[in-house]
Every structure is written in C-alpha cells, then in structure tokens.
Design a binder for this molecule. Structure first.
Ligand SMILES: [Zn+2]
Length: 358
C-alpha cells in the first residue's frame, strides 16, 4: 500500500541531499542504492544518468531528473498540514524530487505487498534544469522503452502536458572600440549604444498565443569613463508554430544584419541554437491512453495542459519514444514559496503503482 509516512520520509530524505545541476553525484548514488535494493539492475551511462531496469521485454520508462535549481542547498523541508514546504530561504526541490518520490514509493509499496510489476526502465537524468543536458547526452543504446511517463509537470498527477514549444536560444557579442570618454571619445565606438539600437528593434514578450521572445541577460562595458568596447546579450524565443519560429528567427537575423550594416566598424557575432523541439500529444499516443485509464481507475479526472517550457520529454519524443509528462504534486516551482501537496503526491505514487502493477 502507498504509505503516507514513508512517502513523506522518502521525499524529505531526497530534498536534504543537495543536487544543484552539475552536482548530482551524491543523489545519484543514493538513488542507485535504493533502486538496487528494490531488485532493479542499475547502471549509469557515461554521462552519469541513472538507468535501472527490471527483467523482461518491452519495458515502460519512468523518468524524472535528479538536479534542482538554486537556491537549493541545505534545504530544510517541513510538513505543514497537507503540504511540504521549505523554511523559506531555499526552494523546496519538489521539482523533480516529488517525481522521484512517486516512483520510489510505488516500488516500495509493490515490494512490501509482494506484488510483481511489468518490465520497467527507470531513467533518472542529470542537468535537466540547465537545458536538458543529461537527456541530450543519455546513452540511448542502453534504453529499450518505446513509451515513457515523465514526472516533471506542475500540479496534480492528473494534469497532463499536451504540448510544449520549440526553444531557440541566442547569444550576440558586440565589439566596438574603446577610448577615453573625456579625452578622445571620437576615437571610440560604443558597444552599449549599438546594443541599445539592436534591442530597440527586437521584439519582446508575448508575440502571439503560442510565441514568446525574451532578452534575459545583458553585460558589457568596463568602467564609467571609457567608451564601452564589448556587450554580450543572451535571449531566447519559443513557439509551438514552426512557421512563426522561422519568421522570428529571420527577423532576428535581419535585425542583426541591419545594425551590422549601420556600424561597419563594429563586430557583431551571433550564435543561435535550438535547445529543444516542440511536440503535441494526440489521441494516438498509447502512453496517453495508459495514463488516462490509470487516472480514471483511481477516480482522478485527466486534464490536458499546454506548457511553455521543456522537459526531458521533448528529447525522448524527438527520438521516437512516446513520452508523456504528468504533474508531480509540485506548486510554485523554482521559487522559495514552492510546496508539494501530500495528497497529490500520494495520487502520483498511486498512478505509478497502477501503471506498473502486474
Ligand atoms: Zn523539472
């Protein structure tokens, strides 16, 4: 049986192990040991992602990521009625440790009740938060699953992610000419002024229902009294619509070229990369059918929710795995106000149990 006390204990143990992106060694050791004790064959790929498998063909993948965002060190979880929250100085780490907890509690429960489960592959990734890096480096030659349930959505487990956008990141490095600002400003070419012109010409915010554009970082100049030589800009845009994405991309390149032509003595270097690719889940997805019937059997009503972000599910789907992202009882992700709803987390564990019980 899914056990509330054991579930809370597992969750609190997990969040007490620091695991900011890139520092997943301790959590991956802990999880590997837990999964071994539950009778799974556990390996790590070359990148440090954990893959735990049971015997049998045609497994179902259960996936979550091991890393958390900052401030996420020395997390002190506390139970407050039906919620688990942090002490207010850090995030809680429910993203994605609530997902890990749901998987572990279901396996603990089946193990205790001596109930067999279908073949499964538990895939726990590193560095999801910094751009799905673990999933992108996952050794897929070790993966057999054709279907995957990814625990990385906000809200209750009945909240299924229906679609996710393509995400394009860009860096622009502007180099002008430095000069003493008081003595010989004529000799300078301000990278800050050029950046300002460029920024003014670029879109910003929500462009349409399914498209957003953001400049998130700017740094440049060196001192108050010198003409600024360099500026770096970082931005991103995302859309569900590939035609819109193309046209925003062309607008970005066109704008950079316009500014480049206006300042032939300056150097503008741009780097544009696609971090993850869009998907839409349709009724043909057999993973979706599995999840929906599991939810209904638990008396939970499935809802489909569009997401503006990406998860490891984007990577899996691009590689032909029918991956579906569900909620994991977490609210206010990436904030100090983050909390996990205990009844929702029980539901998530129940869903895992229902999906895999033999
Ligand atoms: Zn996450």
């Amino acid at each position: 049986m899914i056990d509330r006390e054991r579930l809370i204990e597992t969750f609190c143990n997990l969040v007490k192990i620091d695991s900011p992106s890139g520092e997943e060694h301790d959590i991956s050791e802990y999880l590997s040991n837990r999964l071994k004790m539950l009778g799974l064959n556990v390996t790590k790929d070359d990148y440090g992602n954990v893959i735990a498998r049971s015997e049998g063909d045609n497994p179902l993948m259960l996936s979550a990521h091991m890393d958390t965002v900052e401030p996420g060190r020395s997390i002190a979880p506390r139970v407050n009625l039906d919620r688990i929250e942090s002490d207010g100085t850090t995030i809680l780490g429910g993203d994605c440790k609530a997902g890990l907890t749901a998987i572990l509690e279901a396996l603990d429960s089946l193990n205790q009740d001596k109930v067999k489960h279908i073949p499964i592959e538990v895939v726990l990734t590193r560095e999801e938060e910094t751009g799905l890096i673990g999933a992108n480096n996952l050794d897929f030659s070790l993966i057999q699953s054709k279907e995957a349930v990814v625990f990385d959505g906000e809200g209750p487990v009945s909240q299924i992610t229906s679609s996710s956008p393509t995400y394009i990141g860009f860096d622009i490095e502007i180099t002008g000419q430095s000069a003493h600002a008081g003595v010989e400003p004529e000799k300078g070419l301000s990278a800050i002024k050029i950046a300002a012109e460029l920024i003014n010409k670029l879109p910003q915010g929500r462009l349409d229902e399914e498209t957003t554009f953001n400049l998130g970082l700017i740094e440049g100049g060196q001192v108050r009294n010198a003409v600024a030589e360099t500026v770096n800009l970082q931005g991103e845009f995302r859309s569900m619509n590939l035609e819109t994405l193309d046209s925003v991309n062309m607008q970005l390149i066109h704008t950079i070229n316009e500014v480049r032509n206006a300042y032939p003595k300056a150097k503008l270097l741009e780097k544009i990369t696609t971090d993850f690719h869009t998907y839409k889940i349709d009724d043909g997805s057999s993973t979706l059918r599995r999840i929906k019937s599991g939810l209904l059997s638990l008396g939970l009503k499935p809802t489909m929710q569009r997401s503006g972000g990406g998860t490891d599910g984007n990577v899996y789907r691009k590689l032909g795995i029918d991956a579906v992202v569900v909620g994991m009882a977490d609210h206010g992700m990436h904030t100090k106000q983050e909390y996990v709803s205990i009844p929702d987390l029980m539901d998530a564990a129940h869903l895992v149990e229902t999906l895999i019980a033999h």
